[in-house]
Design a protein. Structure first.
Length: 183
């Protein structure tokens, strides 16, 4: 746990220019994204041991304290960073890879009351900008970028950038992509 805390603080220091002069303790104490991830690690372990009430209770405490709602069933990789996390919602069957970054008001949600996998999967290195909504059992490929306020309802390939409502691919691998391909 201590190593993970150190790793999370290092990620914040690397990705958030507003904390570049802050010390370890200032970052740890003043970054709600770190608090939300640590609460989630605890609630997820309890959830996996088949104690859903206690796990949900812990996640609700975290939501109250941080403004970030992460269902205890969600699977989250290493070095996950939530910047300005107020309003972030991560659903029960969401899966998040390593080195993923979310900004405020991002939703990883479902599209209804389906059973089974109903929330998105974000592969390693994904960046989701402020206000984006990623809905359904879709996959966002490695190193993909989702633009602010985009609504994504279909898969996004690796190394792609998707923007708009509904989201459209505008770049793949750094090259401008033809706008006919709508996701």
């Amino acid at each position: 746990m201590i190593d993970e805390i150190k790793e999370l603080v290092c990620v914040v220091k690397e990705k958030d220019p507003s904390v570049n002069r802050c010390c370890f303790w200032a970052i740890l104490i003043n970054t709600p994204g770190i608090h939300a991830v640590l609460f989630h690690r605890l609630s997820h372990k309890i959830y996996e041991k088949n104690h859903p009430f206690i796990a949900r209770f812990i996640s609700q405490i975290a939501r109250f304290l941080t403004g970030i709602e992460i269902h205890p069933g969600a699977k989250i990789g290493r070095r996950f960073f939530i910047d300005h996390g107020m309003g972030v919602v991560i659903g029960e069957t969401a899966e998040i890879g390593d080195d993923v970054m979310l900004y405020h008001q991002v939703t990883l949600g479902g599209t209804g009351k389906e059973c089974g996998k109903r929330h998105p999967t974000l592969k390693d290195g994904v960046v989701v900008s402020a206000g984006a909504k990623i809905l359904g059992a879709i996959t966002i490929g490695e190193n993909a970028k989702i633009g602010a306020n985009s609504v994504v309802i279909k898969d996004v390939p690796d190394d792609a950038t998707a923007v708009g409502i509904p989201a459209k691919i505008v770049r793949i691998g750094g090259k401008i992509y033809e706008p006919e391909y709508t996701i």
